[in-house]
Design a protein around this ligand. Structure first.
Ligand SMILES: Nc1nc2c(ncn2[C@@H]2O[C@H](COP(=O)(O)O[C@H]3[C@@H](O)[C@H](n4cnc5c(=O)[nH]c(N)nc54)O[C@@H]3COP(=O)(O)O)[C@@H](O)[C@H]2O)c(=O)[nH]1
Length: 948
């Protein structure tokens, strides 16, 4: 506040000072302006006054000279003018112009005429003689060629002394005489001392020529010849000018001086008149102009003509300091100063008052603004509150959740409001529940849990939250997430409770669904790994507590992969669903059936399985799976292999038991499938071996551990070797020769089949070419392709490369594909097969008959050979369907113009049957096992071979 006041005071002082300064500046400006105007006015006035004097002098002189011209005119008019005439004529003139000293007529007299002239004059003036004035005395004029004799002069009084005076010798006449006679005009002399006053008075003469009347006067010569004399006016110059100025009251003006020179400039010797005194301003004016400090108009000079002679007049004003005179500028200055001071004082007062008013007004305005702001905020807040209230009301109205407002008064806590959602959820209308007890809404007659929490919240007047099952008007139940909260009135007392009910039935269902999905296999609905782990752990704990046994059974379907690959995943899935149900139906109620993925199932058999129940369950499972299965109108026969691990003997935890059951299942597979095996510790060794194979397979190719064996293919009719099948072997440094059955699947899983497969094709081509080059004939080399290799993007390239590198004819290479490979994606298969066919290679379907091949599709494939699976060949002699199947396959192949080769021919009977039914080629141990390249070459050397 103090700062504010100080600021206000400073601002007021500054304002006043500013006003004062502005006032002074304006005053100075006005003063200077007035001074300048005044000075200008005074200069003008002075000029006027000076001009008055100049005009008075020049005009007066001109008038005086005019008198002479009048006299001169007298002579020029009359020619001869008598003395009396002259006197009477000049008398009034002289009376009117007393400053005229004299008017005279001077006659030009030649020396010859002198005696006569003097004689004549003596008649009127005795003793008349032409004289001259020397040493202040009249003496007879010496003889000269001409005399200019003063013949008349008026007034005679005071001027008579000049009568008869010869002025020809007087230098004062100068050349005024000759000038006037030459020009025929008046001419003035310079200043001279008037003899009438013994030289004490200064005067001048004005001469005007008098010519002989009627004599020509046009030229100077004519005028000089015609001249007879001149009239002259004698002026006492000081007296004359004094009289002129005095008559005009222009004399003796204080501070004004008049100087008149009978010359064109201010020559001191020609000073004709002087009146008053005027000195220029003395003292320095500094940087200020003269007009500001002094009233000093510049002297007014003028040159005027006096009878043809230039006269110079100077009128000057005595300088006066502006402070010496009473001038408007004074008033302006004083007035300005006074006004400035008054204005400053007034502004000081005004600003002080204004500041005070402004401050007060500002304070009041601020207070008003503040109040206004508060009001606006209050209004806005109120609006917001109202809006929020309306919004809340609306939200409650449109809420999908039930909202109930009940009285806070127990024990009924009467319902006062329910929203539309409550009505739609419960089926009760507002009219039916308003006024009723809140507790009645929980569903009378139903056993309600968690309602105690609501009662406690109401009783203790606090918030509460429960999940409970409510019941609608129609008796149906729903899950309800219920929040209850007290509502306080303005006084802070709890007046109501608001209850929000969220129908979470869907959430509960969703949660249950999630829980189900989290614990169950989506395909079969069986327990999944997660639930298995839970159930198994729980069963182990229970078995542990009960001291009983527990079986973990690993079930793997045999040949499921074939179905899946052949008919596609949908068929596979359908099979899994059916078999899952069958397995589940084969176990007891307390047993758990889970699916681990693929075609693997894990079962938990608690209780006393060792009592014999367990084995019965295993058999029921195998029987159930082995039941014929119809999928997509096709009948399949599927078996399964089972492995069993027993708690606590084979493991104390879920992982160990499951792993051991898996190992046992593998063993069952190895034993020919469709059987079960109980885990034995020595089974671990084969599992470890499998792991080892996996690790070593990665390096088998680079370590050159892979080799090809070749099994001959014989033409049935000729008995000649027409080709061979390349069969892969892994010469493991520790395990010895490893069958492809043990590592091809692994290689597929590990992705190693691509480089391994490429190596097989390349090696087989090179070998075939080498043999052909060696003269073993044009043999056909059959090479097996795996599913992953067939669909891989590198196949075409690797085949092309192998053919190019080896130089083998494409027709000498046959690629064997399985049914499952070609049937999984028919369109893609057709594309791939066509591209391969374009290379010129042969294409064969291997293991034909083991799976399902659509004949219509088969006809679309660009195939060359059908290879009957060895399982049918093996069973030909057993009297089963195999023989019929083989016959059908041969017939089918031939109808499709395909060659038929039977593999796995081990006996002569088999060969005879095949030959009898038109099989084209055979392959099997009956002829040769697959052998190494050297041995095969040796074999070839002893057997005929051609390419069919
Ligand atoms: N993708 C690739 N698969 C290959 C390759 N090499 C082999 N294989 C596949 O491995 C499976 C097992 O082959 P293998 O152990 O070599 O067995 C073959 C023959 O030895 C065997 N065979 C031949 N004649 C008889 C016989 O009279 N009796 C009998 N019990 N077995 C016999 O049959 C196998 C040939 O099968 P197939 O291929 O269907 O003609 C096997 O599936 C091979 O395909 C390879 O390089 N790549």
């Amino acid at each position: 506040m103090r700062n504010l006041l100080r600021r206000v005071r400073i601002s007021v002082s500054v304002s006043a000072l500013l006003a004062l300064l502005i006032g002074l500046a304006l005053t100075a400006l006005v003063f200077a302006s007035v001074r300048r105007v005044e000075s200008h006015a005074r200069t003008l006035q002075f000029k006027q006054e000076a001009n008055l004097r100049i005009n008075a002098v020049s005009g007066g002189l001109a008038d005086a000279i005019e008198q002479l011209m009048v006299v001169n005119q007298l002579f020029n008019t009359f020619g001869v003018v008598e003395r009396e005439q002259f006197r009477s004529f000049t008398a009034p003139l002289l009376a009117r112009y007393p400053e005229l000293q004299a008017l005279s007529f001077q006659r030009l007299v030649s020396d010859a005429e002198r005696p006569a002239y003097e004689a004549l004059q003596r008649r009127r003036v005795p003793d008349f003689t032409i004289t001259e004035f020397i040493n202040e005395r009249h003496v007879p004029a010496p003889r000269r060629p001409f005399y200019n004799v003063v013949e008349y002069i008026e007034p005679a009084s005071g001027n008579g002394i000049a009568l008869g005076l010869d002025t020809a010798a007087m230098t004062t006449y100068g050349d005024a005489r000759s000038r006037s006679r030459r020009n025929g005009r008046v001419a003035a002399t310079g200043l001279l001392s008037l003899v009438q006053y013994r030289g004490f008075h200064t005067g001048f003469l004005v001469l005007a020529p008098v010519y002989q009347r009627l004599a020509p006067q046009d030229t100077v010569r004519q005028r000089q010849r015609a001249v007879i004399g001149e009239t002259a006016a004698v002026f006492r110059v000081g007296h004359l000018i004094h009289t002129l100025l005095g008559n005009a009251r222009l004399l003796d003006q204080p501070g004004m001086s008049i100087n008149i020179y009978a010359s064109g400039s201010a020559q001191a010797t020609q000073l004709a008149f002087s009146n008053g005194k005027a000195e220029p301003p003395s003292g320095a004016t500094g940087a200020l102009p003269v007009w500001l400090l002094y009233n000093y108009p510049a002297p007014v000079n003028a040159v005027f003509q006096v009878a043809g002679e230039p006269w110079f007049i100077e009128v000057a004003q005595q300088p006066r300091s502006f402070i010496d005179i009473r001038a408007g500028s004074w008033y302006a200055l004083l007035g300005g100063l006074l006004s400035s001071l008054l204005a400053a004082a007034y502004i000081y007062n005004l600003v002080t008052r204004h500041s005070t008013i402004e401050r007060v007004a500002g304070e009041r305005t601020a207070a008003l603004q503040f109040a206004n702001l508060r009001l606006t905020e209050d209004l806005a807040l109120r609006k917001r509150t109202e809006k929020a209230l309306r919004l809340r009301e609306k939200v409650i109205e449109v809420s999908a959740n039930a909202v109930i407002i009940c009285n806070a008064q127990g024990p009924d806590y009467a319902v006062e409001y329910v929203n539309p959602a409550f009505e739609s959820i419960t089926g009760y209308s507002a009219a039916e529940v308003i006024g009723k007890s809140l507790k009645s809404l929980h569903g009378a007659g139903h056993d309600q849990q968690n309602t105690e929490e609501i009662s406690a919240a109401l009783r203790e007047q606090r918030e509460g939250h429960v999940v409970l099952r409510n019941y609608r008007k129609d008796g149906s139940g729903y899950w309800n997430d219920l929040f209850i909260a007290p509502v306080r009135d303005e006084g802070g007392a709890i007046s109501h409770f608001v209850v929000a009910q969220y129908d979470i039935s869907a959430v509960m269902r969703f949660e249950a669904e999630l829980e189900y999905q989290a614990n169950h296999d989506a395909l079969t609905g069986l327990a999944n790994r997660h639930l298995l782990a839970e159930r198994l752990s729980s069963a182990i704990a229970q078995a542990h507590r009960a001291g009983t046994e527990l079986w973990v059974v690993f079930v793997d379907l045999d040949r499921f992969k074939f179905v899946n690959d052949t008919l596609g995943h949908e068929a596979g899935d359908a099979m899994l669903r059916v078999l899952g149900e069958r397995i589940k139906g084969a176990v007891g109620e307390g047993d758990t059936v889970s699916r681990m993925g693929g075609d693997e199932f894990v079962l938990v058999l608690p209780g006393h399985p060792g009592d014999g129940d367990g084995l019965r369950v295993l058999q029921r499972i195998m029987d159930a799976v082995a039941e014929p299965l119809r999928i997509q109108a096709h009948e399949f026969f599927v078996t399964c292999s089972l492995g069993v691990a027993v708690y606590p003997a084979d493991g104390g935890n879920a992982d160990t038991l499951t792993k051991h059951a898996d190992i046992a299942m593998y063993r069952a597979k190895e034993l020919g499938r469709n059987t079960y095996q109980f885990y034995r510790p020595d089974m671990n060794a084969s599992t470890l071996e499998r792991l080892r194979i996996e690790a070593d397979l990665r390096h088998a190719l680079e370590r050159n551990e892979l080799v090809l064996h070749y099994q001959p293919q014989i033409d049935v009719k000729s008995g000649a070797i027409v080709g061979m099948e390349a069969l892969l072997r892994w010469e493991h440094p520790v395990l010895g020769v490893v069958s492809p059955l043990r590592f091809i699947g692994l290689a597929e899983e590990m992705g190693l089949i691509i480089p391994i497969g490429a190596w097989v094709i390349r090696t087989a081509c090179l070998q075939n070419m080498a043999w052909q080059t060696a003269g073993m004939g044009r043999l056909r080399m059959a090479v097996n392709l795996s599913a992953r290799q067939f669909t891989g993007k590198d196949l075409l390239q690797s085949v092309t490369d192998a053919l190019q590198e080896s130089g083998l004819s494409p027709g000498c290479l046959e690629l064997e594909l399985t049914e499952s490979m070609v049937m999984s994606d028919v369109e893609n298969t057709i594309t791939i097969l066509r591209m391969l066919k374009q290379l010129g290679v042969h294409l064969a379907i291997d293991d034909f008959g083991t799976g399902y091949s659509s004949l219509s599709y088969l006809s679309r494939f660009p195939l060359d050979v059908l290879k009957i699976d060895q399982s049918f060949v093996r069973d030909i002699a057993l009297g089963t369907d195999a023989a019929a199947i083989v016959v059908s396959i041969i017939s089918l192949a031939h109808s499709l113009r395909l060659k038929v080769i039977a593999e796995g021919v081990e006996t002569a009977e088999q060969l005879a049957f095949l030959r009898e039914h038109g099989c084209d080629e055979v392959q099997g141990y009956f002829f040769s096992r697959p052998v190494g390249a050297l041995e095969f070459a040796s074999l070839m050397a002893h057997a005929p071979c051609t390419m069919a």
